[in-house]
Write a protein that binds this ligand. Structure first.
Ligand code: AR6
Length: 172
């Protein structure tokens, strides 16, 4: 199963995969961070489509086309804002990953790339978020044969180092 996971440093908008995941907000109308980068790279048609979708609750996912991106699909998910850990942040973040995998399966996606959801503007502690990302992925892949590759696109060295370290623990 390990072989179906790739961890790399880079820009998610450049990934040649079937679907990329966006760390969006409840409005789905764009923002900063990876959301801003995805909207810029996809072009204005993405916003036209997400406006029609009309928002997304925290912990869920909604799909649009990728427009000018190499990826065919963008799966928009809304991670929790970190409020100290007592507001079900862990459960909501796990739900984001599960919802994205369900969307991917429904769409027949074989390759999917994730950013580090909630760990930028939303302030979720990086190690804790990474453990959730990788264990949800392990649990999903254990029961699924349709997804061939899951790529974790790490923005910067700290994120890359953290993913490598937690990967070694989760896939021991
Ligand atoms: N490719 C991959 N990862 C990236 C990229 C990129 N091009 N750009 C940034 N990251 P954030 P959040 C990393 O803040 O915490 C937006 O305004 C970034 O370094 O993008 O879920 C939305 O509209 C970090 O590691 O998402 C929401 O309002 C990770 O992506 C809010 O931010 C997530 O950081 C969502 O906050």
């Amino acid at each position: 199963m390990k072989e179906r996971i790739e961890i790399l440093e880079g820009d998610i908008t450049k990934q040649e995969v079937d679907a990329i995941v966006n760390a969006a907000n409840n409005s789905l109308l764009g923002g900063g961070g990876v959301d801003g980068a995805i909207h810029r790279a996809a072009g204005p048609q993405l916003l036209e489509e997400t406006r029609k979708i009309g928002g997304c609750p925290t912990g869920e996912a909604r799909t649009s086309k990728g427009y000018r991106l190499p990826a065919k699909w963008v799966i928009h998910t809304v991670g929790p804002i970190w409020r100290g850990g007592g507001k079900n942040e862990d459960g909501l973040l796990a739900s984001c990953y599960r919802s994205c995998f369900e969307e991917a399966k429904r769409l027949g996606v074989r390759t999917i790339a994730f950013p580090s959801i909630s760990t930028g503007a939303y302030g979720f502690p990086l190690e804790r978020a990474t453990r959730i990302a990788l264990s949800e992925t392990r649990d999903f892949l254990a029961g699924d044969a349709s997804i061939e590759k899951v790529v974790f696109v790490c923005f910067g060295q700290e994120v890359l180092d953290t993913y490598r370290e937690i990967f070694a623990q989760v896939f021991r």
